[in-house]
Write a protein that binds this ligand. Structure first.
Ligand SMILES: NC(=O)c1ccc[n+]([C@@H]2O[C@H](COP(=O)([O-])OP(=O)(O)OC[C@H]3O[C@@H](n4cnc5c(N)ncnc54)[C@H](OP(=O)(O)O)[C@@H]3O)[C@@H](O)[C@H]2O)c1
Length: 286
């Protein structure tokens, strides 16, 4: 089953999207924006590298920061230097470990250090990537950590925007393998609305050059699938013969799901890329 035609229009009047001075298209390439310095934390990751390319292509001074460039959000190393003179921070770092305690410690420590350094540097817009439904699934350690990250950002005095994305197409393989029980894949049949990382990055790059919304916006893919069906599509495309069993009690990263858990609201940005088309593309190594 695919559910199509989900609302395509981003409605700035929605409950998630306070309409605080979002810059319009005609303002986008103003000289003020061209002069902005944007720091992307996690700038060599899946999303980060995509955003950095997009922003640079549009002429924005953009710095990719992560441990590989000498910036560590856990120790604070390099943060003051890289944030000096920055107007915008885009936080798309991720925890190297998804274990419950480790991931919570990562997003809390990283968030505190980053927000303190951003405040000290006079950053005017803090933009971070979170996950659709994070606050609906408290039994998932990873999602609890994302909620903790969001709370730190909301509590800081820096104007912010939170983009919540659904699961990336690129993450479907990880979801499938997390459901492996021996040679069988056991997954919930709850609906999921995955999105291409490229489409998420496009929305983030756009938000980065806009005014802070001081609220949450969502992005999701154009189709909804029962998770077990999505796994079958993925495995068939990879010629992987493992059978997939649907089980409503199957845990998704520590939590049971229902049809609302992983699905975006009516006002979400909707990515253009369809899962089947993405699957059919030649695989490019990351
Ligand atoms: N996967 C999904 O389906 C999904 C859905 C919605 C939202 N998200 C969110 O999307 C965000 C980005 O995910 P992604 O898949 O693009 O991540 P990723 O490819 O794993 O990249 C993670 C980045 O974080 C950096 N990093 C790790 N530890 C760091 C530290 N201590 N200090 C500074 N940088 C550090 C890494 O670079 P170095 O190793 O060089 O430090 C890398 O650039 C995450 O916050 C995730 O929660 C993911």
């Amino acid at each position: 089953m695919e559910t199509q035609g989900i609302g395509k229009v981003f409605d700035p009047a929605s409950e998630h999207t306070p309409s605080i001075g979002r810059r319009n298209e005609t303002d986008r390439h103003s000289s003020e924006e061209q002069d902005m310095k944007i720091v992307v934390i996690g700038g060599n990751g899946l999303i980060g590298s995509n955003i950095v390319s997009r922003l640079r292509l549009n002429g924005h001074e953009t710095v990719a920061a992560s441990r590989s460039t000498g910036v560590d959000t856990l120790t604070g190393q390099g943060l003051a230097q890289v944030l000096a003179g920055a107007q915008v921070v885009v936080d798309v770092a991720n925890s190297p470990s998804f274990e419950d305690q480790a991931v919570l410690a990562f997003f809390q420590t990283s968030g505190r250090n980053l927000l303190a350094a951003a405040a000290a540097a006079g950053v005017e817009h803090f933009l971070a990537l979170s996950i659709v439904g994070a606050d609906r699934l408290p039994h998932s350690g990873y999602l609890r950590a994302k909620v903790a990250q969001e709370a730190l950002i909301k509590a800081s005095k820096i104007p912010y925007t939170l983009l919540r994305a659904t699961q990336f197409f690129e993450f479907v393989e990880g979801i499938v393998n997390a459901g492996a029980v021996g040679d069988t894949i056991c997954l919930s049949p709850a609906l999921i609305q995955p999105v291409a990382a490229d489409d998420v990055s496009a929305v983030l790059a756009d938000l980065a050059v806009g005014a802070p919304l001081n609220g949450i916006v969502e992005v999701a893919g154009p189709d909804r699938f029962p998770l077990d069906e999505l796994a079958r599509k993925f495995l068939a495309a990879r010629n992987d013969k493992r059978p997939v069993i649907a089980d409503v009690r199957a845990l998704y990263f520590g939590t049971e799901l229902d049809d609302r858990s992983l699905v975006a609201g009516d006002n979400a940005h909707i990515g253009a890329t369809r899962f089947q088309n993405w699957l059919n593309r030649p695989q490019t190594p990351r």
